[in-house]
Design a protein. Structure first.
Lengths: 305, 305
């Protein structure tokens, strides 16, 4: 089986390095970060931290080099999805492509270029330490299911999930991937921007009573938007937030949005709180706290200009 | 008439330098910033920007040096009010003391040490450029009225207001100073922390539609808290916000809270949004956006620790 990781940043690298350890999987990685690509081709891809792995794979910044692949796993930042899939779609003429990106709306972007799409949600997190070396901060499960309007086949989804699980990334093939996706969107929207606006790690956000109350306020708006769509969450995001704030979990993790803000990169706010607020507007569900947080993060982005 | 400015930071310096220009007023300034005090004693106090002034006055960091004064004007940060008035109260045994501090609850702090108290609200703003030199960013009016439980006499309030007005700081003696004070608290609470969280100047906050909507959300909560107390605002804070965001007004002004955040100093959030939220809780008026903003700013302060 040949799998191409499209966007080999922190999360893409977790999939790439782990999958490369399987004998029956050939891994390609497409990324525009040439230093990272060169280091991977020269020395392999090293994971350190919550899990260790060293994977040998083919990395490239030139989409024309990609062979035909059975699967794509798109792991770019949400705002780069369209450009990335436009460049790489030719490699998936007979393949199915999964999104493991943050937020909502990404499968629609992939489906504009690729026939069979997998709605994916992944919880592991990390950061690139240096070209070719990625710190694995947080372990976690992945869910893969059909993207309803243009679904991949059930056997395809099962095969990809099985490969990921065998590689050390526990992955569930599910019939409806929306509950897991919304759970993660709500989780991220309720915690990521709070870390970004305050500079606090996930654990410190959660142990501050007033911030934890704000997190719950954001969660409750997200739950109302989900309920209005008739989706039943598979787990309460509150549970996930409390569990992940433990010292042996993501206590010391700097949310990716905080990493973005500190590096003055655009954040994924439009696909997280902005996505919840957009669904809320369409569904007639008020989301004043998500509106506020979206405006504040976008304001912070604009302050660099 | 002898007036002591207690806390000669940006706002205190505007009063001190202007009042020092009057022949019939002797000005003292008490401040713990020794470099600023030394520069004032050596070279006088220089204002530049929206207004120019150069005042000769007595400055000291030693409260024991203060003579008996007819008036005090306390212009410290709200969280330093208690320490400042405790150190200087002996100079106001026969005098009346006004607060021109931000937020609510400051008159109560002064009244614990001084007999006759003036409830004051001032709109001018600026920043210390270097010891002895203050940039006057924003001009504006001041209101002085009785602090209801321990009021100064009407003739005293009128005399202080008259002196400030003659000195170039237009000041109104009013029978009820609460409307002006709440107007300013609402104005500051709706705009200051948004600048602080985003890094944007007042004008850029106001021209961003989503942030301007958040500002209005904060204003509306403040108005509900005011209405519940039976106080009728003298002007809509929205009007003030729009007017002050014009290019010839405070467009380019960095809110004092943004200056505090950038310098990693504690902010006045507890006396602004925190004060509105506290009144809201006591009155049974929900203030979710003020709660959120208070939590975020305090979280940012805690991130430095």
């Amino acid at each position: 089986m040949r799998i191409c990781i499209v966007g080999c940043g922190a999360v893409g690298s977790l999939f790439a390095a782990n999958l490369a350890g399987l004998d029956d999987v050939e891994v390609w990685a497409f990324d525009l970060n040439r230093a990272h690509v060169d280091a991977i081709n020269k020395n392999g891809l090293q994971l350190t931290g919550a899990g260790e792995a060293h994977g040998r794979l083919h990395a490239t910044s030139d989409a024309a080099e990609l062979p035909q692949c059975d699967f794509g796993i798109v792991a770019t930042k949400a705002m780069h999805a369209e450009a990335a899939i436009t460049m790489t779609a030719h490699a998936f003429r007979d393949g199915a492509v999964a999104s493991v990106m943050n937020g909502i709306g990404n499968e629609e972007t992939i489906a504009a270029q690729v026939e069979r799409v997998i709605r994916g949600t992944t919880f592991p997190a990390g950061k690139i330490l240096e070209p070719g070396v990625v710190q694995w901060d947080v372990k976690g499960d992945t869910s893969l299911g059909p993207f309803e309007p243009q679904p991949a086949r059930a056997d395809e989804i099962a095969a990809l999930a099985d490969a990921c699980t065998r590689a050390g990334m526990p992955t569930h093939a599910v019939a409806d991937a929306r509950p897991a996706q919304w759970r993660k969107v709500i989780f991220n929207s309720a915690t990521n921007p709070i870390g970004a606006l305050t500079g606090l790690t996930h654990g410190r956000v959660c142990e501050d009573k007033a911030l934890r109350a704000l997190v719950s306020g954001l969660v409750n708006e997200g739950k109302a938007v989900v309920a209005e769509q008739g989706i039943v969450l598979d787990m309460d995001p509150e549970e996930l937030i409390d569990r992940s704030s433990q010292p042996d979990q993501a206590y010391g993790h700097k949310a990716s949005m905080l990493q973005d803000i500190e590096a003055r990169r655009p954040t994924e706010i439009d696909y997280l709180n902005g996505g919840i607020a957009r669904f809320g507007r369409d569904l007639g569900v008020p989301t004043p706290l998500n509106d506020a947080v979206t405006a504040l993060i976008k304001g912070a982005e604009n302050s660099w200009i």
